[in-house]
Design a protein. Structure first.
Length: 169
């Protein structure tokens, strides 16, 4: 989901909110109305692949063409669009796999709109797991923090270390 957080960061930068974008977009979106039409990612049920590059580009273009646009409405529209896209994919994955449990993680899982939307799945018999807000940290920040503590404790890996998704921290 790194792409997901990056999309929030880019939208925040474009509308002048700064970094990190997730909390700032969330806060401003709460003051807005998701009334701006934005393109949705097109996908088929054969694949669950999707991208937020088109929505980021749309927000950039709308903002540049109309600098007086209501930024809260733009953020609310963006937030709704990406959440709806993600939910559509999750529902397809649930249908394909029969899984009845999902979890949210990473920095964007702190987004109030996303959390509320995903909790609605529980009405459909899907158990949703999400960390407490204090644990919703950017994945890169978590990795950097872990690296810092390894470093100050004398654990230093060689430069040929490769990514290991199940590496014990």
């Amino acid at each position: 989901m790194m792409q997901f957080g990056e999309a929030f960061d880019k939208v925040a930068r474009v509308v002048g909110l700064g970094y990190p974008g997730g909390p700032k977009v969330d806060k401003l979106a709460q003051e807005g109305n998701p009334c701006i039409e934005l393109p949705k990612t097109h996908f088929t049920e054969e694949t669950l692949d999707f991208s937020f590059s088109g929505i980021k580009t749309a927000v950039i273009n709308i903002n540049h063409k109309n600098p007086e646009i209501n930024k809260a409405n733009l953020c609310a529209s963006f937030e709704k669009n990406v959440t709806d896209t993600l939910l559509e994919h999750v529902k397809i994955a649930i249908k394909k796999t029969g899984m009845k449990k999902i979890s949210l993680a990473g920095g964007v899982s702190a987004n109030s709109y996303i959390r509320k939307a995903f909790l609605e799945l529980e009405k459909e018999g899907i158990k949703v797991y999400m960390p407490d807000l204090k644990l919703c940290t950017d994945n890169a920040a978590m990795i950097a923090s872990s690296g810092y503590y390894n470093f100050i404790n004398g654990k230093i890996d060689r430069l040929d270390l490769n990514a290991v998704p199940n590496l014990k921290i």
